[in-house]
Design a binder for this molecule. Structure first.
Ligand code: LIP
Length: 304
């Protein structure tokens, strides 16, 4: 696989997300058909499906020998293998899309040996394009579609700060976490208890984080951690297509990904339990260990 042209793959992915972004922006969520999957909080729209059709047809034409896994065509039992694979979410943040909240994106990842190698995440509402290629850094391009900088957009290397501060403890952190669509059982119990403990005062045994944010999109949460705007992101229940692209961006920005359950420093791409920490000159592993202590004996049990 050494001869794969990752730069060319990234250029293709960028061209696809731009086209997909125009499609999303031209859809009026109040007029489009909306359905549900596992339950009433697990939403899919005809735009999710149409964007996935666009993405899969463009990618299969450009790279017919590569495997493809997409959220809307996934069938139980499909596995991410070691083969070069596009792992895509046509709209990550579908709930926001349906409500007209401008935090949704097209998330196109490319993995080799089950490790993210290229990531392209595009929020068309804010014209924010996040990109990364293995070993080549991560970037945010702002405003290209709006004509900024002669149409090239304003390009910033990630993280946005040239001197990111060391991580000094969860009580200095802004943490992202999501409710997800599972609203009962052990997974819901673990989440609600961790949320409570993260915010509670030190005097009552809590971690006293600055606060918790939920952007409503795993990919955008991870990109914000890559950018250094959020310190930590914890989630259970999302899928490989929610994290593949942004994981490449996080890693290239100096961030790390551990498991959302305590004890595993090398989570699999499809493990469905993730804990991301921003790039920092010191304190990353200590933050993971402190977070795992907050989880304590709780364990999320999402099946991969
Ligand atoms: C969503 C995620 C979100 C998570 C939801 C869901 P969708 O993806 O990005 O962070 O909490 O469970 O997986 O459905 O908008 O593509």
């Amino acid at each position: 696989m050494a001869d794969l042209n990752l730069q060319e793959i990234q250029e293709t992915l960028i061209s696809v997300v731009r086209e997909a972004g125009r499609m999303i922006m031209s859809a009026n969520p109040t007029d489009i058909a909306t359905g549900t999957k596992l339950n009433s909080a697990d939403i899919v729209t005809e735009t999710d499906k149409a964007v996935e059709t666009l993405v899969s047809s463009r990618l299969s034409k450009a790279y017919p020998s590569f495997a493809f896994i997409g959220e809307e065509t996934y069938k139980p039992g499909m596995q991410v293998t070691a083969a070069p694979t596009f792992i895509v979410d046509p709209i990550d943040g579908t709930t926001n899309f349906v409500h007209g909240l401008p935090e949704a994106c097209v998330s196109l990842g490319f993995a080799i040996d089950r490790v993210p190698a290229v990531g392209v995440v595009y929020n068309p509402y804010q014209d924010k394009l996040y990109t990364a290629i293995r070993g080549q850094g991560a970037f945010l391009t702002l405003g290209a579609a709006w004509g900024l900088e002669g149409g090239k957009g304003r390009v910033s290397k990630l993280p946005l700060s040239k001197n990111p501060a060391p991580l000094a403890g969860l009580d200095t952190c802004l943490v992202a976490a999501e409710w997800g669509s599972t609203r009962d059982g052990v997974n819901y119990d673990v989440k609600t208890e961790v949320f409570r403990k993260l915010c509670a005062s030190k005097e009552t045994g809590g971690a006293m984080v600055h606060s918790i944010r939920s952007l409503g999109s795993a990919a955008l949460n991870l990109c914000a951690v890559a950018a250094g705007q959020l310190d930590v992101y914890w989630e259970g229940g999302c899928w490989a297509w929610d994290v593949c692209a942004a994981w490449a961006i996080l890693r290239e920005a100096g961030g790390i990904m551990a498991s959302g359950n305590p004890g595993d420093w090398e989570p699999a791409i499809d493990s469905r339990k993730y804990l991301a920490v921003r790039g920092a000159p010191a304190g990353q592993r200590e933050i993971v260990e402190e977070f795992w202590k907050v989880i304590g004996d709780g364990r999320m049990e999402y099946e991969s």
